[in-house]
Design a protein around this ligand. Structure first.
Ligand SMILES: NC(=O)C1=CN([C@@H]2O[C@H](COP(=O)(O)OP(=O)(O)OC[C@H]3O[C@@H](n4cnc5c(N)ncnc54)[C@H](O)[C@@H]3O)[C@@H](O)[C@H]2O)C=CC1
Ligand SMILES: O=C([O-])CC(=O)C(=O)O
Length: 308
């Protein structure tokens, strides 16, 4: 199993590290445009192998796509992150060009690969990869909902005073400060709905804290987060590599599902060896569906800024 991660920055390196730590891939290639950077990150990570006990080989390359040839899975994290006060959507001007070129280069050398898009604004970048590569929809997956759901569970556990392993919850919709739809009425503590434990006001607070999860960290760190994003990507890569058939919310091209068309947005999907194997349509309340429609309008507005 060969995995390429483009962008050896904060998220790319974290993602490579978690993939290696889980020890399911034979090879991870890190590629970056900055001279020597990916090689350095790969060497540093390889020097953790005997300490952390993994056998995955990590190599780095400066923009040499021949080294990525025949990757089973590629992850695109190249591009700029936001700074405090910015939205993810403001990154489109620079990141669209990078994501378009990178995805074309990757596919030249790995025509059968599965692509996971991380660069922001992620739903629009995922749509851009669909538009510009023409790959079948099962082979293009946007990572956002897995991360947002992890943050949702963190906030739920905090509110409940419960261990995170007791908590289940999912975030669908666009990966944006306003567009996320945390499904609070489906969230549970060991099968018991969280509404049994939390007041409506506290539940609303959990929802609001979840939606601004990325912005909160960006304000604290001066740039956006990387540990949880890297871990979330590694979960998706592992589910595909090991054919786990796990459900994660991912950005998928919709063709009528959830009453939506011609956009990529977060919905629950089954991940296995063929990539995005199924879009799972869960029953939403009227209020949840209305939020999903509003979120889709936001994503489509950003998609409208693409010159494809
Ligand atoms: N979808 C999600 O849930 C998340 C998305 N992100 C996004 O991921 C992206 C990366 O974030 P960070 O790793 O924090 O940024 P970073 O600045 O630490 O790393 C980005 C790397 O991309 C490289 N790069 C730029 N252009 C390139 C090109 N044409 N080819 C190859 N490499 C290139 C840079 O040299 C840099 O090393 C940002 O757009 C950020 O907004 C970050 C966290 C979560
Ligand atoms: O907040 C950002 O810009 C990066 C990101 O997508 C996240 O951490 O959720």
């Amino acid at each position: 199993m060969k995995v390429t991660v483009v962008g050896a920055g904060a998220v790319g390196a974290s993602c490579a590290e978690y993939i290696a730590m889980k020890d399911f891939a034979s090879e991870v290639v890190l590629l970056d445009i900055k001279e020597g950077f990916a090689e350095g990150k790969a060497m540093d990570l390889m020097q953790t192998a005997s300490l952390n006990g993994f056998d995955t080989t990590i190599t780095g390359t400066t923009n040499d796509y021949s080294k990525t040839a025949n990757s089973d899975i590629v992850v695109i994290t190249s591009g700029i992150p936001r700074k405090p006060g910015m939205t993810r959507e403001e990154l489109i001007g620079i990141n669209a060009g990078i994501v378009k070129t990178v995805s074309q280069n990757l596919l030249e050398h790995s025509p059968n690969t599965i692509v996971i898009v991380v660069s922001n604004p992620m739903d629009t970048m995922t749509y851009l990869v669909h538009k510009t590569t023409g790959l079948p929809k099962n082979r293009i997956i946007g990572m956002g909902g897995a991360l947002d759901s992890a943050r949702f569970k963190y906030r739920l556990a905090e509110a409940l005073g419960a261990p995170i392993s007791d908590v289940d919850g999912m975030v669908i919709g666009g990966h944006s400060d306003k567009g996320m739809v945390p499904l609070i009425n489906h969230a549970a503590r060991n099968s018991v709905k969280v509404s049994e434990f939390l007041s409506p006001e506290r539940m609303q607070q959990v929802v609001e804290d979840t939606k601004v999860g990325g912005a909160t960290l960006t304000k604290l760190l001066g740039t956006s987060a990387w540990y949880a994003p890297g871990a979330a990507v590694s979960g998706l890569v592992q589910a595909i590599a090991m054919d786990l058939k796990k459900i994660y919310p991912c950005s998928a091209l919709l063709e009528g599902e959830y009453g939506l068309n011609d956009l990529c947005i977060g919905v629950p999907v089954v991940l296995g060896r063929n990539g995005l194997e199924k879009i799972v349509e869960i029953e939403l309340s009227e209020a949840e569906q209305a939020k999903m429609v509003e979120s889709a309008e936001g994503v489509k507005k950003t998609n409208g800024l693409l010159n494809t």
